[in-house]
Design a binder for this molecule. Structure first.
Ligand SMILES: *Cc1c(COP(=O)(O)O)cnc(C)c1O
Length: 404
């Protein structure tokens, strides 16, 4: 029997308002907002979850489209005509049996985000942000980025016929420079660091009326990335894993997954159980891990950041306190791994699972090994590693690291 998929027009978004993540102050969602002007902190999107629960039921899930817009009731776009999609999300949650048995584990899973459009999970955040920008009639986008986010923004802007302006440090990975150019974005190479690129992008936004879609500085990228949390739970038959290991840069993903878990509890999908959230950063750029270890709520900017994992080369994150809170409230932990450990793990995951992960994805395996050794993760726990991207975008750095 053929199952008729629900049409996007048959279900609707139950977005209600935005809420400041620090002060709880509320504002409308019908205007383009960025950070809360009063305290410089991000807004989070809120929904009428009781209403959403009427249609977003476990039973309805098999009838939904196989991408992240299957959770439409808890996505921010009101008119389905504004959804800009390339088929992102609903990625495989693979049982990693060979790697698991090598580590003596019986329930190791890898959420493989490398198969997303543009080769990383940045596709989720940018599909949501570009769609909502279109809905709010912001059709000229800008972003400072050293990596995958710029590629994703450029691809979604191209799909929607919008303008994309990218500001990258001159030493940004070659794959990201090439893809932005291919997607027709205006690529500006900046002689300096990502912070300089950010300043110049901000000035251009002001001067030319561009809309800046940098991480957490607008509220909608988190909404795209939170769908990873919904998918993990749905793919486990509406169960919550024991541990989620996440390679953290700006932290949009960890904040999003944590938000999704809360929403799912209110939707009646899960109870109050939560996975322990593990934040992994590179030893060459670890502002959040350092703040967590010092018992602080906010992070100091990290000086002279250096790691081959461009996605984790984020010296200062506006959502720092949200990441640190999620780690603490979940009774998780935060730790660093070195570039050498990451590269070894890239090789190991490729060789034992057929998944060729980005160095950031490799970092989650390195972290798992350290936490198994220290006893902080038990071998019989159900652990999800997030491989956030494909290694194919890092060949220029991985080749030499693997001796080629
Ligand atoms: C951006 C990026 C990250 C970090 O993601 P955040 O959600 O900003 O912490 C990790 N891995 C890859 C491959 C990325 O591109």
């Amino acid at each position: 029997m053929e199952i008729r998929l629900l049409d996007r027009t048959e279900i609707r978004s139950h977005i209600t308002h935005l809420e400041c993540s620090l002060s709880g102050e509320e504002c409308g969602h019908d205007m383009p907002h960025r950070l809360n002007p009063k305290n410089g902190k991000p807004y989070l999107v809120r929904y009428d979850l009781a209403k959403a629960a009427e249609t977003l039921t476990k039973e309805s899930m098999p009838r939904r489209e196989p991408n992240m817009w299957r959770y439409r009731e808890v996505m921010p776009v009101i008119d389905p005509a504004n959804i800009v999609t390339l088929g992102e999300g609903f990625t495989p949650l693979r049982e990693a049996t060979r790697l698991g048995s090598r580590l003596g584990m019986n329930s190791l899973l890898i959420k493989d985000e490398g198969v997303n459009p543009t080769g990383s999970f940045k596709a989720r955040g940018l599909s949501a942000a570009v769609s909502k920008a279109l809905e709010l009639k912001q059709i000229k986008l800008t972003m400072p980025s050293a990596g995958n986010a710029a590629g994703a923004m450029s691809a979604y802007a191209a799909a929607a016929g919008m303008e994309a302006h990218v500001y990258m440090p001159k030493d940004a990975p070659i794959a990201n420079q090439i893809e932005c150019t291919a997607y027709g974005a205006e690529l500006n190479l900046v002689d300096g660091f990502i912070t300089d690129a950010g300043r110049i992008s901000g000035e251009a936004a002001e001067k030319y009326g561009y809309f800046d879609v940098s991480t957490l500085k607008e509220p909608y990228r988190v909404e795209g990335k939170k769908t990873m949390g919904y998918e993990i739970v749905e793919q486990l038959g509406f169960e919550v894993p024991d541990v989620v290991i996440y390679p953290t840069g700006g932290g949009t993903g960890i904040v999003g997954i944590w938000k999704a878990l809360d929403e799912m509890e209110q939707l009646g999908w899960i109870g109050s159980e939560r996975p322990r959230m593990i934040c992994v950063q590179a030893s060459g750029c670890s502002p959040l891990v350092d703040a967590y270890k010092k018992g602080e709520e906010f992070a100091e900017p990290f000086k002279n950041p250096s790691t081959l994992a461009a996605g984790m080369r984020v010296p200062s994150a506006v959502g720092d306190f949200l990441v640190i809170r999620a780690v603490r409230e979940s009774a998780g932990t935060a730790l660093t791994v070195t570039d050498d450990q990451m590269v070894a793990s890239v090789q190991e995951m490729a060789e034992f699972e057929g998944i060729f992960p980005a160095p950031e994805g490799g970092a989650t395996l390195s972290a798992l090994q350290l936490l198994l050794e220290s006893g902080e993760i038990a071998k019989d726990e159900r652990v999800v590693l997030l491989n956030t991207g494909s290694a194919l975008k890092y060949l220029d750095v991985l080749g030499p690291a693997l001796g080629l």
